[in-house]
Design a protein around this ligand. Structure first.
Ligand SMILES: *[C@@H]1O[C@H](CO)[C@@H](O)[C@H](O)[C@H]1NC(C)=O
Ligand SMILES: *[C@@H]1O[C@H](CO)[C@@H](O)[C@H](O)[C@H]1NC(C)=O
Ligand SMILES: *[C@@H]1O[C@H](CO)[C@@H](O)[C@H](O)[C@H]1NC(C)=O
Length: 278
């Protein structure tokens, strides 16, 4: 009885293992939406998992300023206006996780908009994760001014693509995550008469490579703006402590000096006392 039971349990375990193995070979991609964890309603948090472990993690809020033209009131000229497009939480997320290249595709409003972020890992030997770094190498934004949620009527319809050129942003040592609380600004050149689309990112925390544990960012690498801000915040404290220490040292030196001179004065007195006694 016990033997058959343990045998069937073993069979079940083997089956589960087999199913896991099949799942791994197919490299199924799962996306976990964790945006609800943030109190900031504009912040997106998500995790892309492949082969049963996290391969890309990202947190940020993003906004795009897109210039476009609408017919002027005189019906002859065109007026340049700007659409401000906020990346919503309700996005369709897709990613690619290769050993030296990663991509993140965010689409919303039934694919009316797509924001693509590309990451690469530098270095000669990718198996040795020492000395190298990763960076954001390209950003692409696909839009169509005939979309009515963000663009006014009269805008010229047609698919447009805004692309960054020769980007080297978020350079971070391999094995670490990039973190930047401060807002970052990035210019993209649009296929719509080379207009400049601006991408604003803030509260960024990204890791597209080498995530050691499932759902956990590796050690943070802070952006320069954050490092400077941190220094500005801690500098008054450091100065205060230094000043305090200096005062303590001066007082101590004064005290010791005072004591020593007092002792020196006492010695002759003592001697004279001896003389009197003698
Ligand atoms: C997942 O497994 C597949 C097949 O074994 C492999 O090609 C792919 O690189 C793996 N992905 C990750 C992120 O490790
Ligand atoms: C992700 O979660 C947030 C917050 O719970 C929700 O508002 C949003 O619709 C979700 N996105 C998707 C694509 O399900
Ligand atoms: C990624 O690695 C492959 C081969 O390992 C190489 O051909 C390719 O150029 C690399 N990509 C980058 C961006 O370095």
């Amino acid at each position: 009885m016990d033997l058959t039971r343990s045998a069937s349990a073993l069979g079940l375990q083997v089956l589960v293992l087999l199913l896991c193995a099949i799942g791994q070979n197919m490299a199924e991609q799962e996306v976990e939406n964790l945006s609800g964890l943030s109190t900031n309603p504009e912040k997106n948090i998500f995790v892309i998992r492949e082969n049963g472990t996290t391969c890309l993690m990202a947190e940020f809020s993003a906004k795009l300023a897109v210039p476009y033209e609408v017919p002027s009131s005189n019906e002859v000229d065109w007026d340049l206006v700007e659409a401000i497009i906020q990346l919503p939480r309700d996005t369709e997320i897709k990613g690619k996780c290769w050993n030296n290249e990663s991509e993140l595709h965010l689409s919303w409003l039934d694919k009316a908009y797509t924001l693509k972020l590309f990451f690469v890992k530098d270095g000669q030997d990718f198996t040795k994760s020492t000395g190298g770094s990763w960076k954001m190498s390209k950003v692409q934004f696909l839009y169509d001014p005939s979309e009515r949620t963000n663009f006014k009527t009269g805008a010229r319809p047609g698919k447009q693509t805004a692309t960054s050129h020769h980007l080297s942003l978020m350079a971070t040592p391999v094995g670490m995550s990039y973190e930047c609380e401060a807002p970052e600004k990035l210019s993209l050149i649009s296929s719509d008469q080379k207009k400049t689309v601006v991408l604003f990112l803030s509260e960024v925390h990204i890791q597209p490579f080498d995530i050691k544990s499932d759902f956990v960012f590796s050690e943070e690498y802070r952006c320069l703006t954050d490092q400077r801000k941190q220094l500005e915040e801690t500098l008054p404290l450091i100065l205060g402590i230094t000043l305090g220490l200096a005062i303590v040292i001066i007082l101590a030196v004064y005290h010791i000096h005072h004591k020593m001179t007092a002792n020196q004065v006492q010695i002759p007195r003592d001697r004279s006392l001896y003389k009197h006694m003698g």
